[in-house]
Design a protein around this ligand. Structure first.
Ligand SMILES: NC(=O)c1ccc[n+]([C@@H]2O[C@H](COP(=O)([O-])OP(=O)(O)OC[C@H]3O[C@@H](n4cnc5c(N)ncnc54)[C@H](O)[C@@H]3O)[C@@H](O)[C@H]2O)c1
Ligand SMILES: [Zn+2]
Length: 380
């Protein structure tokens, strides 16, 4: 039974509200068009008229900061802003320092608000800054990429990257409110729209076959119209998993479906802009299904069906689709550095069928090498 409810807001038929019932850390995720225009009133309603600092990036600021600032001041919330450079490079120590300093020098108190306006980079950075400034301040997520709306803004994982790897420093810090304005997605480049869509498909594949069928039926239209419902369904599913396992000691690991492969691919591409995370996830999902089929766990035709849908959405589904050449040795080597490796055994999320994923005990290195070669990668 899911603890999550989806409701319509009175007077605003298009907005859905999903409650994330985490006790003292409970919060709502509101999804619908035009929410930035009503953000001030919604924040004041739920969290009071506190002072605030909006953290955003240059690209998002140019398109969406003014309407948010007007909405906040219209509701009596005094807010400054702190703008960082766009891109993964902002999830870094110096940018974190600058953000925390901005919070402190704005004179915000411990009960004042940090507001993250942007994609997963801004959300992870601002959330971590809020977690550590004054030993923890409340923060609001206003995610502006599809990936952030369906994935990173919900669940409370925050953090930055270091020279040793991605997301190695951070904190669990749940937001006090998430406002996902679907209208802001109109300015999002198609490539990032496809990348976010991969995470929606992931949610369907790991636990909801009927949702996958709806996505298949909608086809390419799922990425434009019909997106609000898909976002709400994906958020409700993620919220249910997070509620059950806030700190990833069990079921939350299923959200890593496709990600052991995806992280290895990103590492082999040096985390640069040639491959964005969601594209790697698209390939990773196709590979997780084909590996499961190879191991006799799932039917070949299910794996083919998953790949067909991902391909129709414009996502890579084979190594040959990537703009960066890779080898079996490099992929296996990158996997061996994954956080999920213990004693040389690489843990994967595998599938019995569409909508039924589980965490495997591990796949031995020889089987993995044979699989990667069969996928067309040269050995070295
Ligand atoms: N915390 C979590 O649970 C979690 C989950 C998944 C991913 N992540 C993290 O999220 C990050 C990726 O997030 P992302 O894909 O949103 O990337 P991003 O934040 O870098 O945004 C992608 C690009 O789109 C631009 N942009 C954002 N919103 C826009 C809009 N509405 N219109 C036009 N341009 C817009 C940004 O400026 C940026 O250049 C990674 O660092 C990843 O580690 C975190
Ligand atoms: Zn992901």
């Amino acid at each position: 039974m899911s603890l999550v409810t989806i409701e319509r807001m009175p007077g605003e038929p298009a907005a859905s509200r999903i409650a994330v019932p985490l006790g003292a850390r409970a919060y709502d995720v509101v999804i619908g068009p035009g929410l930035i225009g009503t953000a001030g009133a919604r924040i004041a309603d739920r969290l009071g008229r506190r002072r605030a600092l909006v953290v955003t990036d240059e690209t998002v600021a140019a398109a969406h900061l003014d309407p948010l600032a007007a909405s906040l001041s219209g509701a009596g919330i005094r807010a400054g802003h702190h703008v960082v450079a766009p891109g993964e490079g902002s999830k870094a120590w110096p940018v974190l320092e600058g953000t925390v300093e901005a919070i402190l020098s704005a004179g915000l108190e411990r009960s004042d608000l940090v507001i993250a306006l942007g994609g997963g980079v801004v959300g992870d950075l601002a959330g971590f800054a809020a977690a550590v400034a004054r030993r923890g301040m409340p923060f609001v997520q206003i995610p502006t990429t599809l990936l952030a709306q369906v994935d990173s803004a919900v669940g409370g994982k925050t953090g930055i990257n270091t020279a040793q790897g991605k997301n190695l420093v951070g904190a669990f810090h749940q937001p006090a409110l998430v406002l996902a304005d679907t209208e802001v997605l109109s300015t999002l480049p198609d490539r990032h729209r496809r990348a976010g869509y991969a995470e929606i498909v992931k949610i369907a594949l790991l636990g909801d076959a009927a949702f996958f069928e709806r996505l298949e039926a909608q086809g390419a239209a799922a990425m434009t119209g019909g997106l609000t419902d898909a976002i709400a369904t994906a958020v409700a599913a993620k919220a249910a998993i997070v509620t059950e396992d806030e700190r990833e000691s069990g079921r939350r690991a299923l959200l890593n479906l496709g990600h052991t492969f995806a992280h290895a691919v990103e590492r082999c591409a040096a985390y640069d802009a040639r491959i964005v995370h969601g594209e790697a996830v698209g390939l990773g999902l196709a590979l997780a299904f084909r590996l499961s089929a190879t191991l006799g766990l799932c039917r070949q035709d299910e794996a083919a069906r998953v790949a067909r849908h991902l391909r129709a959405a414009g996502l890579p589904t084979t190594f040959a689709d990537l703009p960066v050449p890779m080898t079996a040795e490099a992929i296996a080597g990158a996997m061996a550095q994954d956080k999920k490796v213990r004693d040389g055994i690489i843990r994967f999320v595998l599938v019995n069928r569409i909508g039924d994923a589980f965490v495997s005990d591990g796949v031995d290195p020889e089987t993995l090498a044979a699989f990667l070669t069969h996928e067309g990668l040269p050995p070295s």
